[in-house]
Unconditional design. Structure first.
Length: 365
């Protein structure tokens, strides 16, 4: 029996692990277990996704919670090590680029357990982003690297990672999107928010470069105020952004803006419906740049760089940075002349998890 321990911890991990667990559970002769590190723990950042996406209940919950980078990463490592020793898996599968990803990869690697990294090779080339450090470290100690887009293959080659470890298999986050599309159509989110399809902007923000700095956050709110004169702006707030808005005393700046709807984080199906029918999406999320590409919805990414360049060359994504005027210029351009995507990025076809599981286990699904 091949033993595989999958790791998830934060919101984007749940969307990715959902497809992988589905495929693993159909593979004969494979014992697949799931560990939740507890990096994200609010009902709306965690359990909701397990319910909506039918992710199996985690076999182990490490319940680490929040902390500084060092304390959170260290605590995940401390709690994951005995789990790894007890289960003695053949593989540990980690996804994405969050602290849970690098922490569990390090533990497995040092115990001599092989590591498979799903969503390997992405690079923003911006080492001020904590995720970039997590990506570089995780890739450098992984035994099997599953890549979502051609840039990833190129980046890993440039870093001297042996070709035979790298497999271009597609995008597991898009597997989940395609599987849930019809179900999300039944969402009542528009009626609940009092908005009309194709007549609102959907927003998410949580990058430290945008929400940990009062000047940057204020400049972005200034842009949202102007956009809200044109159409409603719906902003499901990540807990980090909500906490910072309060701590920075910016609640009084945001609350009176007519047309800016600050709401709790949405579940996956409601958020998918919100994105699919938006006139434009403004975000700093990694995953949402990819989802808007498949949904063919204009996306303005409020960053100076992206680790997902295929969304710029083949998708609907544009980088705007986080200055008020730059955001507004891009907004007016896409409002008046919405970008459209030519064809979906290669292998973003709903079968990435199947390819990964076949490659990892040798079982034909
Ligand atoms: C993390 C990831 C980021 C990813 C994002 C997805 C790292 C370094 N960052 O960022 O790459 O894009 O998740 O959403 O791993 N909080 C709550 N409830 C929760 C979770 C968090 O209130 O359930 C608050 C806490 O105040 C916490 C803060 O959000 O300190 C940040 O959480 P953390 O997981 O450290 O980082 P994220 O900003 O969520
Ligand atoms: N998402 C969600 N509800 C929300 C905001 C985002 O379900 O209110 C989903 C979104 O569709 C995508 C994932 O969360 O699948 C992206 O996660 P996030 O932006 O937190 O992380 P990142 O992709 O930046 O690492």
């Amino acid at each position: 029996m091949l033993k595989i321990l999958c790791v998830c911890g934060a919101r984007p991990n749940f969307i990715k692990i959902a497809s992988i667990m589905r495929s693993l559970r159909t593979a004969n002769g494979v014992d697949a277990r799931l560990v939740h590190t507890g990096q994200h723990y609010d009902e709306r950042m965690s359990r909701l996704f397990f319910d909506e996406l039918a992710i199996p209940k985690p076999d182990v919950d490490l319940e680490v919670g929040s902390g500084t980078h060092a304390s959170q990463t260290a605590e995940i490592m401390r709690r994951f090590e005995p789990v790894c020793v007890e289960h003695r898996p053949d593989w540990v599968v980690v996804v994405g680029d969050v602290n849970s990803t690098v922490a569990c990869a390090l533990v497995a690697c040092k115990l001599g357990v092989k590591v498979a990294h799903v969503e390997a090779g992405l690079r923003s080339f911006d080492r001020t982003m904590p995720e970039e450090i997590n990506r570089v470290v995780t890739d450098s100690i992984s035994d099997r690297l599953y890549v979502t887009e051609p840039s990833g293959v190129e980046n890993l080659k440039n870093e001297g990672i042996a070709d035979e470890l790298v497999h271009f298999t597609g995008n597991v986050m898009i597997d989940t999107l395609l599987r849930c599309r019809a179900k999300a159509d039944a969402s009542q989110v528009h009626a609940q928010l009092g908005i009309k399809p194709k007549n609102y902007a959907a927003v998410t923000l949580h990058r430290p470069s945008n929400v940990d700095n009062p000047q940057a956050f204020t400049a972005i709110l200034d842009a949202f105020e102007r956009i809200a004169e044109d159409m409603p702006v719906v902003f499901p707030m990540h807990p980090r952004s909500r906490a910072n808005l309060v701590a920075m005393g910016l609640e009084g700046r945001a609350a009176p803006i007519d047309g800016l709807k600050l709401i709790e984080p949405l579940g996956y199906l409601d958020f998918l419906k919100l994105t699919a029918d938006a006139a434009v999406v403004l975000t700093d999320s990694g995953g949402i740049q990819e989802e808007t590409t498949i949904l063919n919805v204009p996306c303005l990414t409020l960053r100076d760089n992206t680790e997902r360049p295929v969304t710029l060359t083949q998708g609907t994504n544009r980088l705007t940075g986080n200055r008020t005027e730059a955001i507004l210029t891009a907004y007016h351009e896409v409002r008046d002349r919405p970008s459209t995507r030519k064809e979906a990025p290669q292998l973003w076809d709903g079968r990435a998890a199947e390819r990964i599981v076949e490659n990892l286990t040798g079982v034909h699904l």
